[in-house]
Design a protein around this ligand. Structure first.
Ligand SMILES: Cc1ncc(COP(=O)(O)O)c(C=O)c1O
Length: 374
């Protein structure tokens, strides 16, 4: 049996008529950029997010740095995040001209550890960017307390957790804004790139809206800005898919529960931790080998058995040779949990359209390896 990592074509086939109808509507409207389909999707996304505003932008990276710029954060400022996230979280801070300051992650959830944040705050600190990593919310109430105490802005990098919530809080409820990515592999993904900012702050809405469109809200009138718009064809795809996101996330949760039940007795690996009261939407189902030296061996074994397992992310950001040290980043304290995560993570196939047979095959192969090596 072969088990893919993503199910893009299966998902498209399941709702092909709805997607094709929206794409055709855009094609026949003659309005492809900043047209009515984008407006419609932005309204739907704001309603879904429970926010006043949603602004479609070019991708999830732009969504972060456009929000930083909208908040006036740039050169000379510091922004706190954690290093075991996708490179783009820190890259966006750097693009805005600010310095990324890394603190460690929580060893259970892999999201930022709120107890590590205060030690990293300096007079230059302007914002915190928690990432809802793998599909589970960071501890926003604890992070919000710190942000309020030091008057810092809070931007949630929600590229991986659309549809998730915490214990008693929603995404974008406790922050200035939440950003997301619609690249195809995300829980809500288009056939290409896309992103969005959701917020309740009218100033952030107005500024991001202007910045994404050459600094313009009125024809021929411009200020400083960029080109980072969500195309109407992508908005049409996303509008069709948004109606299914809760059901798809439920399926992801079902496969995660099946993996967890099947793998709970394995002695060589740790399984994802789902916090009580949180809705984890399993963008990724990430196991960790207890011994880092086991990671590549188990990964190779799975791949040799036709299971398309991957790593997210095997090189933490501060370990990347390409990050602009000096001007662009600094670490505060030990980031040992993030480094352990990078050294030992394996993502098992996870998408709504998996089958029981596929999930059970993956479970059987992980158990086979565990038995031989435990
Ligand atoms: C946590 C995180 N932040 C930011 C991004 C950047 O999004 P994009 O690839 O759409 O620029 C991604 C995904 O790609 C991500 O996973």
């Amino acid at each position: 049996m072969k088990v893919e990592f993503y199910g893009h074509v299966r998902q498209y086939r399941n709702i092909q008529r709805e997607i094709d109808a929206n794409i055709q509507e855009v094609l026949l409207s003659g309005q492809y950029v900043m047209g009515p389909m984008l407006k419609r999707f932005e309204g739907e996304l704001a309603r879904y997010s429970g926010t006043q505003y949603a602004i479609g932008v070019g991708n999830g990276t732009d969504a972060i740095w456009l929000t930083l710029m909208a908040l006036g954060i740039g050169p000379g400022d510091e922004v706190i995040t954690h290093p075991n996230t996708f490179f783009a979280t820190a890259e966006a801070i750097w693009i805005a001209g600010a310095t990324a300051v890394f603190v460690d992650c929580d060893p259970r959830t892999k999201c930022i550890d709120p107890t590590k944040i205060e030690a990293a705050i300096t007079p230059k600190t302007k914002a915190i960017i928690p990432v809802h990593l793998y599909g589970q919310c960071a501890d926003m109430p604890a992070i919000k307390k710190i942000a309020d105490k030091y008057k810092l802005r809070l931007i949630e990098d929600n590229a991986q957790a659309i549809g998730a919530h915490g214990n008693g809080f929603k995404i974008a409820e406790l922050s200035d804004a939440a950003t997301t990515s619609f690249i195809i592999q995300k829980n809500l993904g288009t056939f290409g790139d896309g992103g969005a900012v959701v917020t309740n702050d009218p100033e952030i809405d107005a500024r991001v809206r202007k910045l994404r469109n050459h600094g313009s809200t009125q024809r021929n009138v411009h200020s400083f800005g960029f080109n980072s718009r969500l195309d109407d064809i992508h908005a049409g795809v996303l509008s069709a898919k948004l109606k299914h996101i809760d059901a798809w996330n439920d399926l992801r949760r079902k496969w995660a529960a099946r993996y967890t039940a099947g793998l709970k007795d394995c002695r060589t690996i740790d399984l994802p931790v789902e916090l009580p009261g949180y809705r984890h939407v399993y963008h990724l189902y990430v196991i960790e080998t207890k011994k880092p030296e086991h990671r590549d061996k188990l990964l190779d074994f799975l791949v040799a058995n036709n299971i398309d397992a991957k790593t997210h992310y095997s090189i933490a950001i501060h370990q990347q040779a390409g990050f602009p040290w000096g001007k662009g980043a600094r670490i505060v304290g030990s980031v040992a949990n993030a480094e352990k995560n990078a050294a030992s993570c394996i993502s098992l196939p996870m998408f709504p359209e998996l089958t029981e047979e596929e999930v059970d095959y993956v479970i059987a192969k992980v158990k086979e390896w565990d038995k031989a090596n435990g």
